[in-house]
Design a protein around this ligand. Structure first.
Ligand code: FES
Length: 341
């Protein structure tokens, strides 16, 4: 069944899709790895719009594709099975499609430290490529998959730093009870060990929308890709006014404030606030969720900003609803959900 994909910058990809194969799988078999994460219909990162053609949409989470967006022709490509010729519009440009598969790199652990309750900072340095390249280039908002040592399984983590010439990759990882990679980090990981990294991947990232203010809303380690974005803005001295709202459950989970202070020192027009949902008696800052902070800020905003959101699905959904209620157009809201595997 012939499939045509058209990127936001007008590039066309054409390939066949065998019965029983999803569009995402068929594209990968044709040498084009499209942005995707869970590959099981729950994260929403492979969403796109069908322009023409008949298809079957397999089981998926309504959080990843709400019914009204499904009715409007939006699909999840990991769950889209063509019934005939299919034409699909992709919401990203051709640079986000990895030709020849997902790059693979060996990378050495250079730092592993606890930064908050059940949260670690992991820093890797990629080993030189076959042609001697030491750099590690990626767009802010992208992720890599790290293979769990001794297993076939991989886990996706967003990069918190920015592309660089030294091969550095920085991650903030929430340790999950019984999680494969979490258990590795808790029990066996040590500086000097080598991991296999697949990427960079993903379509989440900064959009060029002129001088519209950029607001970033993070839940927990959903801060990582947003930290990468504001660090990028600081490096390039981008002129949009920017603010970042970070929410955590308890004050023991607060992290990243020194890094955000460093961005604020370099980027005029940037501010950040941290809120705690269930604070202890010593917490002096805002109480509530980042969606609460966002609602209050939007009520006073003279014009709708662009909003970038990353965190657990309920938090992302709450922020998307707050933005919609405040009249922020849906096309100003960009998000990525963090899902435990
Ligand atoms: Fe398709 Fe996650 S990759 S929904």
């Amino acid at each position: 069944r012939p499939v045509t994909l058209v990127t936001s910058d007008g590039e066309r990809l054409e390939f066949g899709c065998a019965p029983g194969r999803s569009v995402l799988e068929a594209a990968a078999e044709a040498g084009a790895a499209l942005p995707a994460s869970c590959k099981q219909g729950t994260c929403g990162s492979c969403h796109a719009s069908v322009a023409e053609g008949d298809y079957e949409l397999g089981a998926h989470s309504p959080a990843a594709l709400p019914p009204e967006r499904r009715a409007a022709g939006e699909v999840l490509l990991c769950r889209t099975f063509p019934r005939g010729p299919l034409s699909v519009t992709l919401p990203y440009d051709g640079s986000r499609i990895l030709r020849g598969g997902i790059p693979r790199r060996q990378a050495v652990i250079v730092a592993l430290e606890t930064v908050a309750c059940e949260t670690v900072r992991l820093e890797l340095r990629a080993e030189p490529t076959e042609d001697g390249g030491t750099d590690c280039q990626f767009d802010p908002g992208q992720f890599v998959e790290l293979q769990v040592p001794g297993h076939d399984a991989k886990r996706a983590y967003s990069l918190a730093n920015t592309g660089n010439w030294e091969g550095r990759m920085e991650f903030y990882i929430r340790l999950r009870p019984g999680g494969l990679f979490s258990t590795y980090l808790r029990e066996r990981a040590r500086p000097g060990q080598t991991l296999t990294a697949f990427g960079p991947q993903g379509a989440f990232g900064l959009r060029e929308t002129g001088l519209r203010p950029r607001w970033f809303v993070a839940g927990g380690t959903g801060l990582a890709p947003l930290l990468s974005m504001v660090r990028h803005m600081a490096e390039w001295q981008e002129p949009q006014p920017a603010r970042l709202l970070l929410g955590v459950n308890t004050e023991e989970e607060v992290f990243g404030t020194a890094e955000l202070d460093a961005v604020a020192a370099e980027l005029p027009g940037f501010s950040h606030r941290v809120c705690v949902w269930r604070p202890g008696p010593s917490w002096q800052g805002p109480v509530g969720t980042p969606a609460d902070l966002l609602a209050a800020d939007l009520a006073e905003a003279p014009a709708a900003p662009d909003i970038y959101v990353c965190g657990p699905p309920p938090m992302v959904d709450a922020v998307v609803q707050v933005a919609a209620r405040a009249g922020v157009p849906a096309e100003h809201v960009f998000y990525e959900r963090f899902l435990p595997t």
